[in-house]
Design a protein around this ligand. Sequence first.
Ligand code: C2O
Ligand code: CU
Length: 562
Amino acid sequence: MTNHESLTRRDFMNGVGMGTAALLAGFPQAQAAPAMQGASDTFEPDVALELIALPRSVSLRPGRATSVWSYQSRVVKGDPASVQALPDSYLGPILRLRRGQKVRIDFVNRLDQPSTVHWHGLHVPDTMDGHPRFAIGRGERYRYEFEVRNRAGTYWYHPHPHGHTGEQVYFGLAGLLLVSDEEEQALPLPRGQYDLPIVIQDRSFDDGNQLRYLSGTGPTARGDASGAPSAPGNTMGGRGMMGGMMSRGAMMSGGMGDMGDMMTRMMGFLGDTILVNGRPESLIEVATHPYRLRILNGSNSRIYKLAWQDGRPLTVIGTDAGLLERPVHKDYVMLAPAERVELWADFSKDDLGTQLTMMSLAFEGAMGRMMDMMGGGSMGDAMGGSSLAAGARFPIFTVKVARKLNGSLELPDRLSAISWPRLQDAVNRAKPRTFRITMAQMQWGFNGRSFEMTAVAPTEVVKLGTTEVWEFANDGGMMTMAHPIHVHDQQFQVLERRHGAGSSGVRDGYVDQGWKDTVLVMPGDRVKLLMRFADYSGLYLYHCHMLEHEDLGLMRNYRIEA
Ligand code: C2O
Ligand code: CU
């Protein structure tokens, strides 16, 4: 143990010992946390884990190993099955928790930049939510303690430091967090090997098998990690922003330089290679049996239009926070960054040897009118240097029916009982709180405001114990594109969608029948959400989950006031 790590209980209580340790580590001093809610001396964890973020290398493709950042975890106390490592993957281990469990996770940062951990979708006190104001530097620890209050579902965890979330997730920091509860346990659902997590991410590799992202980022970046240009000569000249962006030669020469970076930050990174569960192989062998496929879109900015290649419908049984009331059949499902969907996939009637591919179907509109402004679809390959444009058609993974199995399971027609919040209880039912997504001076914002570490506008304050309607409006004129909106600490109900002109090819792919924490808002659309602010007061985030947008400021605080 290094000095920085041997912190005492008292240090944790006093803001994780950020004072001296941060100074020693050469990082600007983070704001001291107030005494942590939940992290009291009386907190008796049922499960205690250590979670370390560190650089390592993993063999993903033939030849040289790929340098990544990765989470490693071990169980300090409690059920050893709480942590399931994924061998040969850069993804963090799957954390398996039960509703009602008290969990302690000691996070250790071994990166050379600040980080936090956010438990995406979980309802926890604000000091336990991974807000960037609690970022810790290299060698420091942060103790997360919370009770699992969420229903059974497919949640996940990832870093949330200001300005570096996209970078840290891209280079490997993310993992699934699966919660189970009694209601789910009582159902005849596929379990064990028939309960398959599927994390979909797009990445780009250079010729040396290294991950390619914005200039000067990642574990192999030298010196200043704040984005030093890697290629000379990528200047805009005198043609202004759009003129500069139109110059594909400038963007593509010598990899991504300033201009390519700028455009990637604004439009979102798109990789040209699809990875599943942190591996490039996409063949999954299955038996003639029903499967529960828990699909997470862990991509930085890519939206998928999921469909089986042979046209059989998708049987949806769950969304971001667990099971639907009953199964829903869909020709296709839209899955934006951070969204989860759970499918019942029954291969019991398929012949041995059958191969079935999960596709992302072609769709239009994700880039809204940004694309028109940038000169049309041919610009797709320039974005993030990717040759796989937004809305392109491509295969994601293939299942191969490789084993015969007798005995099966029937899809239950009732999956769960949901008690929804009631619209008539919403205090602002007559006048929903509206957040318009705006773009000005190359900065994304909500109602014209970009991220500020602790600031909250008067329109961003809600009352503990109330129910509200929030409306996200993505109709801000010329500069619109798709944005998946995520609200921390909440699971909400999608009440209403008003569609603009551009989203006709995706509309049937929303699964609004279940609890959601992330919702796709296509260009021209307005979406109304119903949510209840319960249990915890404090400062929480809402933001776009296209991570480049988030890092560029399409994120704000809201405060729940007691
Ligand atoms: Cu999944 Cu604020 O993030
Ligand atoms: Cu966005």
